[in-house]
Structures are given as structure tokens and as C-alpha cells.
Write a protein that binds this ligand. Structure first.
Ligand code: AHR
Length: 498
């Protein structure tokens, strides 16, 4: 197909928000143990952190990192995870049917984040605990010193407060799988009271209330409305979670997953604004899209990974991602950028080993999954402001989403740079794209990379860690303010201009 795009510097949607490139570390499977933390590993530093993983996280460019769960948080006692290691309790984690040794906890995570240069985002357990433990954690984490809990943090080796800004009030509280799940009414009340108390300690905290675990939840919509009716004044964000996968060989629909994400965002924004209008409030609630990714959930359910054994750091949710998966990740990230007016924070779920862009072997190497590339390249190239392109593209019919544009694109601009991100969803044909960039006043292509492969199911594995990598797109040329590029079928592309 032939596609025409026009870029107008004035068509600004929102600033590029660094928090769009957030990620997620949960005590689940091998994310923490043999992922971030493996004292016996040859690359481990004095604290037991795998430096090969730290290097890859830096390259990935993830900004805010959510911790410690996920479903895990609903059984978590934060006090277990701090202080002398030999005194930390070993517990059962009911969420993932695993043994938690607490050898890596809050203060270790904070020290690890210093190495990756990322911001900490914490979740509190209000599913099986209440307001006081949440306030205690806040005091331990953020109070400078001179109180019992802040002095405990100092004594545990962290003199400066962690100064955590973003806090999630529980996790997926609408899901029957959540330990201590609640009705919207019950959750809305406890979230409002917890938020109000936390803001009494620090009015500048940014608090995230749980939205729906997915747009297909039976309570979706009503959940958001009810929770916000209780908590609107006290919170700043409502969360969205969405996982996608290819179903029954329907690649066309899978490649169009961002259509669903867009619908999800629209509906939550409309619901939040509806509640805001009813309350005659001037305040706008933004979205923290704090879990999004590809997850072959149906396959995991079928393989019944969780059995009766209680194991420490078992191999769980270790999805291996294909070229097609990476194209969808790139396209979902484009949607998050495009919705940056209201989606002001997001977390790719997750970071290492568990549905993750980075994989490790215990005692062995760490490598990049296919999905690593669109994320790291977008995080590196996007800067300044997101602008809305005018796109003239043919559409293709999909079973799930009806007619869907074949090519999608988004651009970012600052004074002397721009970046254009494109996806071609056509299953068989290349797209010939012409982009009018005269308004940007830039003259050179400084980088053009495409992720594509004749085998859209090719993956990077332990045996073949670099089977899939992006390659230079030599077709990208810029002359007289017109950028032309060819996009192979099922591909993701980034072009940088200066
Ligand atoms: O990211 C994996 C799990 O997915 C999280 O623990 C939970 O919040 C969601 O259901």
C-alpha cells in the first residue's frame, strides 16, 4: 500500500513524558532472584546485583519502576523485606504459590535503582492489610529521620529517604484471583481512606487507585465509576492493565491490539471525567497504564505451571517473544505516546525473565528479547513533544476490531530533532510511505531502523540470543522536506531526523 503522512509542529498532543517508559519488577518467578539478584553470578557486584542485567536495563531506558507487585503485594508485609538479611522471614507467597526468602527487599531495590538511574514506584498492600501498615511504609521510605521507622531505615544503611512519589493503592482489586479482592464499593472506600491518610503525611504524593484488570472484566466501567465516586478527591491516577496475545492464529487482529488499548483509554477517561463533572471538580484524573505487554496467558493456564510444590524462584511466565510480538509492543508504545494527554505514566510488565524484555540464565548470560528493541529505541529517540500526524492509509479488515489502518505512526519533536515511529500491519505487502516534514525544518536522517523478519515468529533464545535484531532501513531518504521510507510487512520502524 501507499501511505501519506503529514507532520505539523503545531499539532502537539502532550510533552513526551519520561514516565511513559516505566517498567515493573515483581517478586514473581525469576524476576528478582536470578534476574536482578544473584550473588553467585560472575557479573554480580558486592551487593549481589547482576551487573549484566543492570547494563541491559540502562540500555532499555526504563524510567519509573513499579515494585514489589502485582498480585504479590496483596500478601506482602513490607517489614519482612528490610533489616539484617539473616533475620528476614521466609514466607509463602500465595499469589504465585512460591517461597519468598526476602533476601532482596525495599532497600536493596532502592540501591539497585541507583545503578539503573530509574525512579521507584511502590504499591501498598491494602488487600490483606490496612491503613496503618501503609502509613508505616511511607514513614520508613520517605521520612528523613528522627522517628522510629525512619531511624530504622537509617540504621539499615539508607541515610537519605527514598522519597517515593508514586504509590499504588493495592493491585487489581477487582480480580477474583487477587488475595483479598473486593467489590468496587468496598475498595473505593478503603482506597479513599488510605489515600487521605497518606496525603496527610505528604500532600504531594501521587496516588494511583486500581482501575480494572482489563477491559474485558465484567465490572469494567462500573468499577471505575464506583471507585472514583469514593476516592476522586484523594487520588491522582487510575490504573489500566492490558495484556495482548495472538489468538487462534489471527495475526491480523493481534497486530491491531493498539485499537483495543485506545478504546480502553477512551472509556476510562470518559468515566473519570463523568465522575469529575458530577462532583463539579476542576481536577482531572490521569491514567497510570501500569501493566501492559504481550502475555501468552492462555498457554500458561493450559500448561498449569503452578503446581502443588512450594518452590523458590521457579520458572514462571517466561514468555519468549517473536518479531510479531515486538511489532505489537512498538505499536502499543506509540499509542501510549499518542494518549500522553491523559496517560501520564505507564509500566511495561515486566522487566526481567517474567513476561520480560530481558532474559537471564542462572549463572549464565543475559539477553534481549525481540520486544526489547522497540522499547529501548523509542525511549532513546522520543523527546520534546508528541505531535499528531495526519495519516492517509488504506484499512484492512480484522476479525476482532473491524477495519483497521494498515499503517500507524506517531512523531515527537524538539527544537532540532524529531523522531517518527511507524508500524506496518500488512501481513504480506510492504508499505511505501511518504512523509511531509517541511514544517519541522530538519534536513537529515540521522538514524532509520526497522524490526522485521521473513519469519514473523522468529525469537531470541538462550541458544540464539541475537537471532532477531533491528537493522538499518536504507530506504529512508529525506529530500526537499519529503521523507520517504519503505516498511516491510509486519514491521516496526523508527526514524530520527536532525
Ligand atoms: O504481571 C503479572 C501479573 O499480572 C501481575 O502480578 C498482576 O497484577 C497481573 O494480573
Amino acid at each position: 500500500p501507499r501511505v501519506r503522512i503529514e507532520l505539523d509542529r503545531q499539532a502537539v498532543i502532550a510533552p513526551v513524558r519520561r514516565r511513559t517508559f516505566g517498567s515493573f519488577v515483581e517478586h514473581l518467578g525469576r524476576c528478582v532472584y536470578t534476574g536482578l539478584y544473584e550473588p553467585e553470578h560472575p557479573s554480580a557486584n558486592g551487593e549481589g546485583f547482576r551487573m549484566d542485567v543492570v547494563e541491559l536495563v540502562r540500555e532499555l531506558g526504563s524510567t519509573t519502576i513499579r515494585y514489589p507487585g502485582g498480585n504479590f503485594v496483596s500478601g506482602f508485609r513490607w517489614e519482612d523485606s528490610v533489616g539484617p538479611r539473616e533475620k528476614r522471614p521466609v514466607r509463602r507467597d500465595l499469589a504465585w504459590h512460591s517461597i519468598e526468602t526476602n533476601q532482596f527487599g525495599l532497600d536493596e531495590f532502592a540501591r539497585w535503582l541507583k545503578l539503573t538511574g530509574s525512579e521507584m514506584m511502590l504499591a501498598v498492600n491494602i488487600a490483606t492489610r490496612g491503613i496503618l501498615p501503609a502509613l508505616d511504609l511511607l514513614e520508613y521510605a520517605n521520612h528523613p529521620s528522627g522517628t522510629t521507622l525512619s531511624d530504622l531505615r537509617v540504621a539499615n544503611g539508607t541515610p537519605e529517604p527514598h522519597n517515593v512519589r508514586m504509590w499504588c493503592l493495592g493491585n487489581e482489586m477487582d480480580g477474583p484471583w487477587q488475595t483479598g479482592f473486593m467489590t468496587a464499593d468496598d475498595y473505593g472506600k478503603i482506597a479513599a481512606r488510605t489515600a487521605a491518610a497518606m496525603k496527610t503525611a505528604d500532600k504531594d504524593l501521587e496516588l494511583v487507585v486500581c482501575g480494572s484488570s482489563g477491559s474485558s472484566m465484567p465490572t469494567f466501567g462500573d468499577w471505575e465509576r464506583t471507585v472514583l465516586e469514593h476516592a476522586y478527591e484523594h487520588i491522582d491516577y487510575i490504573s489500566c492493565h492490558a495484556y495482548y496475545q495472538e489468538h487462534d492464529g489471527d495475526l491480523g487482529s493481534f497486530l491491531a491490539s493498539s485499537v483495543d488499548m485506545d478504546y480502553f483509554i477512551d472509556t476510562v477517561v470518559a468515566t473519570a471525567d463523568h465522575v469529575g463533572h458530577k462532583k463539579r471538580s476542576n481536577k482531572k484524573i490521569n491514567i497510570s497504564f501500569d501493566e501492559w505487554n504481550i502475555w501468552y496467558l492462555e498457554e500458561h493456564k493450559a500448561s498449569q505451571e503452578v503446581n502443588d510444590e512450594w518452590r523458590h524462584a521457579p520458572r514462571q511466565l517466561e514468555d519468549k517473544y517473536s518479531v510479531a510480538d515486538a511489532v505489537v509492543v512498538g505499536s502499543l508504545l506509540m499509542t501510549l505516546l499518542k494518549r500522553g494527554d491523559r496517560v501520564t505514566s505507564a509500566s511495561l510488565a515486566q522487566l526481567v525473565n517474567v513476561i520480560a524484555p530481558i532474559m537471564t540464565e542462572p549463572g549464565g548470560p543475559a539477553w534481549r528479547q525481540t520486544t526489547f528493541y522497540p522499547f529501548s529505541i523509542t525511549s532513546r529517540l522520543a523527546s520534546g513533544e508528541v505531535i499528531r500526524p495526519v495519516i492517509e492509509t488504506p484499512a484492512r479488515e480484522t476479525a476482532r476490531y473491524g477495519d483497521v489502518p494498515v499503517v500507524d505512526a506517531v512523531a515527537t519533536v524538539d527544537e532540532d530533532h524529531a523522531a517518527v515511529f511507524l508500524v506496518n500491519r500488512d501481513l504480506t505487502e510492504s508499505a511505501q510511505v511518504t512523509i511531509d516534514v517541511r514544517d519541522l525544518g530538519l534536513s537529515r536522517v540521522t538514524e532509520a531502523v526497522t524490526l522485521a523478519d521473513p519469519d514473523v515468529y522468529a525469537k531470541n533464545t538462550l541458544a540464539e540470543q541475537n537471532r532477531v535484531t533491528p537493522s538499518a532501513n536504507k530506504s529512508a531518504t529525506l529530500a526537499d522536506g519529503v521523507l520517504t521510507v519503505e516498511l516491510p510487512p509486519v514491521s516496526w520502524t523508527a526514524i530520527a531526523l536532525a
